[in-house]
Design a protein around this ligand. Structure first.
Ligand code: C2E
Ligand code: MG
Ligand code: MG
Length: 756
């Protein structure tokens, strides 16, 4: 604001008067009179004589003005004299000062009052100005606050980016969230980010704000020849209110939606340009501001750092992976090495401890590998190891581990074992897997393997001991003629031994006619009539004597012999059933047990159909018993097979019911006729309240589902009475009869049974 001058403070109550005139009697207080000589008045300006104030007049009101003029006035001032130099401030007697120009002509008067007024006016102006400034400041403050909010939003967006980075290595995700965040922040209608490689070729292009149809319409990406290319070449931002007006613009592709304003910034860090971001058209139609550019730049810098990091992290990860691979895997076979194997054993031990199951450690050593190496060379030896490793891997489940401990020594870890039988199965598989000839570099090589097995917790709970035990067992296998497997514990070896002999004699027992069927009656408790029989297999081996089906059926299942055996059973039972029918045993149902292995065969129904037609036994009198566990295996497959069987007209019953985990709702979906309550519940039904409750519930449930229910293993009258009281009207068990020969059934049929 400029300095106050005399000119700013002219008094307005000044009257020009002639020197020979007199003051009027009724004057206005405070008026100042500028006195001019008489002769020059008229069109010519008179000479200025001096000033007369009210106060001067009051001392001698009769005088003419010429006599009132102060003969010693203060020197007049100039229009441009600064007010703070005007003596009027300092001289208490002077009321008014004349202002004259360079030619001494009168131009105005400043009085004490007019000066004060000017000062006051200036003060007011200052005040208003201050107020205006304050307002401006408040406004700026608000703007700043807004910017700080936007900045924190920017930081938030950066954090989101970093978050994305932490959870994914995919650059696309980072870029997509980045451009979306920026568009949101700057309220842009459309945004895109493009990343280039060293050859400036576009490798990534992500955008936001366009509809699917619009994108499809474009067909081709912006090539970055024009403005967008310039951003990269020049590594500098471009901000335009109308992008078409820039000479560098080559415009968007033909079908690109029209866009007017542009803000494009390079994504660069330390001079290296990664790509560029561009935004078009603000949602509210206003142009992009310099502040928007700053934000976009800062954002692009963050993005470049993140990309930098992401690439670095990827490099590090690759390096780490490589190191991990080197430290934990055998370079030749690609199998886990000793270290990783021991690690997995430790983990598996902890799991087995928690889940209360078993775990097997298998040491497997190729027989005579040294001979192959020495005679055919190391290259062939290496190839053989690789091929053997592949075959070993094919013998195990996904959760098992095959590792190479070194040389020709392998370790196989089987965690989560419930049934030791499955260990034997795997050991056998491993042994068999190496049997077929290896063809390596045109050479045919036979090789076998010696296997030692230790089992947690049976042999030990300590990892060191388990490893030693497996090793000991392996040496035992080597000493027992190689090409075999040995458990550390003698009992397990005895089990294996028994199984081996079972398998070896079981194969020949069919042709040697060692199988026989016994039949156990099923009785209607209300009439005492025999309504059916269950066919139960008996095996008398010349070598092993009598063997229970409970023991040999599982072995037959493992060895695959179960199929031929079952075929024989079905045929024998149906033939017998037909004979009974011809003997007049009307409506006598014959039940045959099915094994899980049979169920996995696709031709089961076909086979049953064939046997029925060959024997002439009516389908309606044949009952097939399946266990709950079969039903639970592959539910859909089971349903399909059952339906195929039902189409034939045979009956289906569920054996050993209560021991599995089948649900009621599942049962409802199955086409079954009968449920057999497992004998383990029947045994203590009179003494054990739990079993009583279970049996009662099963009976009630079957009634609810409209199924027939029969109790197995009934031995006493008390059990029978309990069942009748609960409305279970069918039973099978020693109470009525042991499984007996077919002729005995005929006799029992005619005799009938006594029921309570
Ligand atoms: P399962 O089908 O539950 O047969 C019932 C078993 O309980 C039979 O044993 C039978 O002799 C026995 N048993 C019957 N009444 C009583 C009783 O009052 N008290 C006692 N303690 N036991 C009784 P078995 O004949 O030794 O058969 C055992 C299992 O072997 C059968 O159980 C069945 O699962 C299987 N099995 C038998 N024959 C065959 C067959 O031909 N094929 C198939 N796949 N499995 C069979
Ligand atoms: Mg049965
Ligand atoms: Mg049973």
């Amino acid at each position: 604001m400029k300095e106050l001058l005399a000119a700013d403070a002219y008094a307005d109550n000044v009257i020009l008067v002639r020197a020979d005139s007199r003051p009027a009697p009724n004057r206005v207080a405070g008026t100042v009179y500028a006195v001019f000589s008489t002769e020059t008045l008229g069109d010519k300006e008179g000479e200025f004589q001096g000033l007369v104030t009210d106060m001067d007049i009051s001392f001698a009101p009769q005088r003419i003005f010429a006599d009132l003029v102060n003969p010693h006035p203060l020197a007049p001032i100039k229009a441009k004299t600064p007010l703070n130099q005007v003596e009027i401030f300092f001289n208490g007697f002077t009321e008014a000062l004349a202002v004259i120009d360079a030619d001494s002509h009168f131009v105005g008067v400043v009085t004490r009052t007019s000066v004060l007024k000017a000062l006051l006016k200036r003060e007011r102006e200052l005040l208003t100005r201050t107020q205006e400034l304050n307002l401006q400041i408040a406004e700026d403050h608000q703007k700043l606050a807004l910017w700080s909010v936007r900045l924190s939003e920017l930081h938030q967006a950066s954090r989101t980016l970093l978050n994305v980075l932490a959870h994914t290595q995919i650059e696309n995700d980072i870029l997509q969230s980045g451009i979306e965040a920026l568009c949101q922040l700057l309220q842009a209608r459309y945004g895109a980010v493009g990343i280039i490689d060293e050859n400036k070729k576009l490798t990534h292009f992500l955008h936001t704000g366009m509809s699917e149809t619009q994108i499809n319409g474009i067909g081709q990406l912006p090539e970055g020849r024009g403005l967008l290319g310039a951003v990269i070449h020049e590594n500098s931002a471009i901000r335009l209110d109308d992008l078409a007006t820039d000479s560098r613009s080559v415009g968007f592709p033909a079908n690109h939606p029209p866009m007017t304003s542009l803000l494009a910034v390079p994504i660069s860090n330390l001079g290296r340009v990664y790509g560029r971001i561009y935004l078009c058209d603000k949602i509210d139609g206003t142009p992009f501001l310099p502040e928007d550019e700053l934000l976009a730049m800062s954002f692009a810098t963050s993005l470049s750092l993140i990309l930098d990091n992401a690439r670095e992290i990827q490099e590090i990860k690759r390096g780490q992976q490589h190191l991990y691979q080197l430290a934990h895997f055998d370079p030749l076979t690609g199998l886990p090495n000793r270290e990783l194997a021991y690690d997995r054993i430790r983990q598996a031990l902890a799991n087995s401890h928690r889940q209360q199951n078993k775990l097997a450690i298998i040491f497997a050593d190729l027989d005579n590998f040294k001979h192959v190496n020495d005679s055919l060379g190391h290259a062939v030896g290496d190839e053989l190891l690789k091929a053997a490793a592949t075959r070993l891997t094919q013998c195990i489940r996904e959760s098992d581990t095959v590792a190479r401990l070194g040389g020709d020594e392998f370790l196989i870890l089987l965690p989560g074992i419930i049934d030791v039988q499955s260990i034997i199965v795997v050991a056998q598989k491993i042994k068999d897997a190496l049997q077929p000839i290896f063809k390596i570099n045109g050479q045919e090589i036979f090789i076998s393997i010696s296997i030692g097995i230790s089992v947690y917790p049976d042999d030990s709970v300590d990892i060191g001991e388990l490893l030693r035990d497996a090793d000991t067992a392996m040496y035992h296998a080597k000493n027992s003629g190689r090409n075999n497997f040995q458990f550390f514990t003698p009992q397990m070896n005895a089990v294996v031994q028994r199984q081996m002999s079972l398998i070896s004699v079981l194969g020949r027992s069919l042709e040697r006619d060692q199988f026989q069927l016994k039949y156990q009656p099923q009785v209607d408790l209300q009439t005492g009539k025999m309504v059916g029989v269950e066919a139960l297999l008996r095996w008398h081996s010349t070598e092993l004597g009598h063997v229970s089906p409970a023991e040999f059926i599982p072995v037959a299942e493992i060895s695959g012999l179960i199929i031929t055996i079952s075929d024989w059973v079905l045929m024998a039972a149906c033939t017998q059933g037909k004979q009974w029918l011809e003997q007049g045993l009307q409506n006598l149902r014959v039940a045959v047990n099915l094994s899980a292995v049979q169920f996995q065969q696709s031709q089961l129904a076909e086979k049953v159909k064939q046997v029925l037609s060959e024997t002439g036994f009516p389908a309606a009198l044949l009952e097939l018993e399946i266990t709950e566990n079969i039903m639970m295996s592959d539910k859909n497959a089971v349903l399909i097979v059952l339906n195929e069987l039902k189409v034939l007209g045979v009956q289906i019953s569920i054996d050993d019911f209560g021991t599995g985990y089948s649900s009621l709702s599942y049962l409802k979906r199955l086409p079954i006729d009968r449920v057999k309550i497992d004998q383990s519940f029947v045994r203590d039904v009179v003494t054990d309240t739990n079993d009583a409750a279970i049996v009662t519930a099963i009976i009630a449930m079957t009634h609810g589902l409209n199924l027939e229910v029969i109790a197995e293993g009934v031995e006493t009258k008390a059990q029978l009475e309990f069942l009748i009281n609960r409305q279970c009207y069918y039973a099978q068990g020693y109470y009525f009869s042991q499984p007996v020969a077919a002729e005995e059934i005929t006799r029992l049929w005619h005799g009938g049974f006594n029921t309570p």
